[in-house]
Design a protein around this ligand. Structure first.
Ligand code: SF4
Length: 428
């Protein structure tokens, strides 16, 4: 019997008669005291840290790697979504969700980089190796225009024999034929590869990233995609994409592009060999390069985190690495991308890799952009990404999520939907 028992009527504790549930009153008092003092104290201790971090994020301050990881591991998802959504409202006050129509066309599938997550490339001399010819470009560009597109996302493998001259000639040719088509083209690893080839040419005078980028821009490059970033940590790159440029070279090329006022984006492919810390270090590096961009430059106009696709990849077959990222983890990464990158305006949800519903949820977690409908995509799809949109279904998906869709170009300027537009028949 409790020492504080005080007999009341019916021999029960006096306090029990006064309190509910027949529990002695002093026990209830003890519970109440615990609830009112100890619980808030502990909760406060745990949440104070989170609240401090939320305040820091809402003030657009840079959170450290540790702070970002702490939020990823401890913050309730709804709170993270709330904070990221508040930031998005300030950074993109029009409240619409932007999207784009372009086509990923590949210059060549020949590649010597041998990335362990890539099913797209073929080694030189392979029976299925190709270099896209001008007639194919014409057919694809004309289809792109009919389907409402204004841009080619033009990329390919690290072909051992295709140097700067090949790309400058191609860009000039395409621009001469289709002056209004924008070329969102190559990526830092391809620029690094071209620079390396240039340096190796006898008597070459074009041996720096700056010179290569300048020549590409003059030939018709409108913007540089943030491709091939994967995780910008060399330990990870050695494991999954050893043949590509290192992390620092990727960042240096982007900085050079910013100095030349070439618009760029940044990406992160995660959910494979990286640690959580390495993901946040990646975000910190992107943020640092963006901080150093010249004032006049747009720098990284967008950040696009997407999940590793594992189907039939060497990474899955040899190392047993599978894409285990859940929808919740992806939404968390989107929210934390918005929080960790206060100097990058647009955060894009990768519907291609996570699907419509998760991408829709991301629009309430800091993302403001749905990217392109990608009239053609061969690299990520080859590793299992099954999702597709047409110009109609992407707008329906945005509306379903509670937002107004707005077509844009690569500079994030709004475009009107062409008056005459054909809906692409999607071959699933
Ligand atoms: S991802 Fe690009 S660089 Fe890597 S193997 Fe594939 S084509 Fe080559």
């Amino acid at each position: 019997m409790c020492k504080r028992f005080v007999a009341g009527s019916n021999g029960k504790c006096k306090f029990a008669e006064e309190e509910n549930n027949g529990v002695p009153g002093h026990i209830n008092s003890l519970k109440l005291w615990w609830r009112r003092t100890l619980v808030p104290k502990y909760l406060h201790a745990a949440s104070m840290n989170l609240n401090d971090l939320y305040s820091k994020a809402l003030a657009f301050e840079f959170l450290s790697v540790e702070e970002g990881m702490h939020l990823y591991e401890h913050a309730p998802l709804t709170e993270l979504m709330y904070v990221a959504n508040e930031l998005r409202k300030v950074q993109v006050p029009h409240g619409k969700v932007t999207w784009q129509i372009d086509r990923n066309v590949n210059t060549t599938n020949v590649c010597i980089a041998n990335c362990k997550f890539c099913n797209f490339f073929r080694v030189p001399g392979h029976a299925e190796a190709y270099i896209t010819d001008i007639e194919t470009y014409k057919k694809k560009i004309e289809e792109t225009i009919r389907w409402g597109g204004d841009q080619l996302l033009l990329q390919g493998g690290h072909h051992p024999e295709l140097g700067l001259e090949f790309y400058t000639t191609l860009f000039k040719q395409l621009k001469a034929l289709y002056p209004t088509i924008k070329l969102h083209t190559l990526g830092p690893p391809e620029v690094a590869h071209i620079t390396k080839l240039e340096k190796s040419l006898p008597g070459s005078k074009t041996g720096t990233h700056h010179e290569v980028l300048k020549a590409l821009k003059e030939a018709g490059m409108d913007s540089l995609p943030g491709a091939g970033a994967e995780i910008l940590i060399d330990r990870v790159r050695r494991l999954i994409s050893k043949g590509k440029c290192g992390a620092q070279e990727w960042l240096d090329i982007m900085h050079e592009a910013h100095k030349l006022n070439i618009t760029t984006s940044a990406t992160m492919m995660f959910g494979h060999a990286e640690t959580l810390r390495e993901r946040f270090e990646h975000l910190e590096k992107i943020r640092e390069v963006q901080s150093r961009k010249p004032e006049h430059a747009k720098g990284f106009l967008a950040f696009i985190p997407w999940t590793f696709q594992d189907v039939d990849t060497l990474l899955a077959k040899i190392r047993g690495v599978h894409n285990l990222t859940t929808a919740e983890e992806y939404v968390r990464m989107i929210a934390l991308s918005r929080i960790m990158l206060p100097n990058v305006k647009n955060i894009q949800a990768s519907w291609l890799t996570v699907g419509k519903q998760t991408a829709q949820l991301c629009l309430h977690a800091g993302a403001n952009d749905f990217g392109s409908i990608m009239l053609e995509e061969n690299v990520v799809s080859a590793a299992g990404a099954p999702h597709r949109f047409t110009y109609k279904s992407i707008q329906e998906a945005i509306k379903e999520a509670g937002f107004e869709p707005q077509l844009r170009n690569q500079q994030y300027e709004w475009r009107a939907l062409p008056e005459v537009i054909e809906e692409q028949v999607v071959d699933y």
